[in-house]
Design a protein around this ligand. Structure first.
Ligand code: SAH
Length: 253
């Protein structure tokens, strides 16, 4: 049976996934706890990604090399960059760029040296499946979060977007920085700290990868003040519901 790797960026998200797995066994590698078991009839290995590109790349490499996962899915939160990408929306990646990669003038800005490319693609099928599952969950957002939570975080009609996600080793929390990112990479919908690194590792191993990010802030001066509460009460519930919905619809192979 195909093995699915699930990387969660947040403790709260991983805890929710583990609570849904009936039989998880812990395997410790490189200081990380990998949880091997089943969810919705699929073989799954779940792990906390850790924050930042290098930490996430190490976590992903072990999933691919030691646990030999056949597909890898990432969930977490991100700052919204694209116009109309609001707090409480979900962005499913169709590709990733490291916004802090700059080996110019030796290589073009953002190009990863020796790969001949700046952009790493998400798997089209996997991304499509996750976008569909996200749409189904957000259409019933009040069911997953409760109407009180929706009102409290002022999440009106949450939307699913699909497009480019930027990653870099910076938490973007000023309007000047997010404006600069919008200018240099105008197609970007969201910014976070891990996805492009994991996409590069999956590219190296030839394993399909996709990522779903709940927008927690607008990457500006008003970046979400109650980050932890948002993760606990909104993002981790969305992640759990989206992954669960996706696995229910996916045929075990
Ligand atoms: N307070 C948190 C730290 C979060 S770091 C804690 O104690 O765990 C930021 C995480 O959220 C990273 O996983 C990153 O991918 C994502 N993220 C959310 N908003 C972001 C932004 N505006 N810029 C960069 N990363 C962001």
């Amino acid at each position: 049976m195909a093995v699915i790797g699930i990387m969660s960026a947040m403790h709260e998200e991983l805890a929710a996934v583990l609570a849904a797995m009936p039989d998880e066994q812990r395997v410790k590698v490189a200081g990380r706890d990998y949880w091997v078991g089943h969810w919705q009839g699929h073989s799954v290995v779940a792990v906390l990604s850790r924050i930042g590109k290098v930490a996430a790349a190490t976590t992903a490499t072990v999933l691919l090399d030691r646990f030999e996962v056949d597909a890898l899915v990432f969930t977490g939160v991100a700052g919204g960059l694209g116009s109309g990408v609001r707090v409480g929306d979900v962005v499913v990646a169709d590709g990733f760029v490291q916004h802090d990669m700059d080996a110019s003038p030796l290589f073009p800005r953002h190009e990863v040296p020796l790969y001949g490319r700046a952009r790493f693609e998400a798997d089209v099928d996997l991304g499509g499946q996750l976008a569909q599952a996200s749409g189904q969950v957000l259409a019933n957002a009040a069911l997953h979060l409760g109407a009180g939570t929706l009102a409290e975080f002022q999440l009106h009609v949450p939307r699913v977007h699909q497009g480019l996600i930027l990653s870099g080793d910076r938490f973007i929390s000023t309007s000047a920085e997010s404006q600069a990112l919008r200018q240099s990479l105008p197609k970007a919908l969201a910014v976070e700290m891990e996805g492009a690194a994991v996409a590069q590792v999956c590219h190296d191993y030839g394993v399909p990868f996709a990522a779903v990010r709940t927008i927690s802030d607008r990457a500006d001066d008003a970046a979400h003040t109650d980050f932890q509460r948002f993760i606990r009460e909104v993002a981790s519930r969305y992640s759990l519901a989206i992954l669960s919905q996706w696995l229910i619809c996916r045929q075990p192979v």
